[in-house]
Design a protein around this ligand. Structure first.
Ligand SMILES: [Zn+2]
Length: 205
């Protein structure tokens, strides 16, 4: 199951006010984020595009993918992007007890040097959060791109995202095979359009 909301619902924001859902609304800046990589099918393409467009982003990496593709991870860092921890095995919070979950985050931290964490599926138990909050800042999102959805066209994906973007938005895309078609189309158009509108692009912090 994946969250299908384009914007994280208000109730989650009220339950977890310490999470970062959006940055400064007074600045015309957005924050691109890419979850689940690095993978060879997607990350090199993403990095090429970002380089071409002179845009920085944040990659929430799965530790086991960093272990498998260390050179891709190095490219992310060398290109000046930020990275975050997305657990070692993309764990579902509600299927794992707190020690197991935390251990998996620690395992990923051996590959990913970052104080940023994003829980897979955007959900985390309060007991798990309690253990992680001293060491990590939890970064959620403001605009879920829906790039992984097979039931929408790339054009629809792009339009849905553009409708939701606002100053300070954190945009969630994926470096995942399922997301390729929609992500490539949407990202390419979106960067140009947002630049045209006067936005610049920041990294999560
Ligand atoms: Zn994920």
């Amino acid at each position: 199951m994946r969250l299908r909301w384009l914007r994280a619902p208000g109730i989650l924001k009220r339950l977890f006010p310490d999470f970062v859902w959006r940055y400064n609304a007074d600045e015309k800046r957005v924050y691109l984020t890419f979850d689940d990589g690095p993978i060879p099918e997607s990350t090199p393409w993403t990095l090429d595009l970002l380089k071409k467009k002179r845009v920085k982003a944040t990659f929430f990496c799965v530790g086991d993918n960093v272990r498998k593709y260390p050179e891709l991870f190095r490219s992310i860092i060398e290109d000046g992007h930020a990275v975050g921890n997305h657990t070692h095995n993309h764990l579902k919070a509600w299927h794992n007890n707190t020690p197991k979950y935390v251990e998996n985050v620690i395992m990923a931290s051996e590959y990913i040097d970052s104080k940023l964490f994003r829980p897979p599926y955007g959900l985390i138990k309060s007991s798990q959060l309690k253990c992680l909050s001293a060491d990590y800042k939890v970064i959620m999102w403001d605009v879920l791109s829906g790039d992984y959805r097979q039931d929408i066209s790339p054009e629809r994906c792009y339009r849905d995202v553009m409708k939701k973007v606002r100053p300070g938005s954190i945009l969630l895309f994926h470096n995942h095979i399922k997301s390729e078609r929609n992500m490539r189309y949407t990202l390419t158009r979106l960067i140009d359009e947002l630049k045209e509108q006067g936005y610049d692009f920041g990294i999560c912090h």
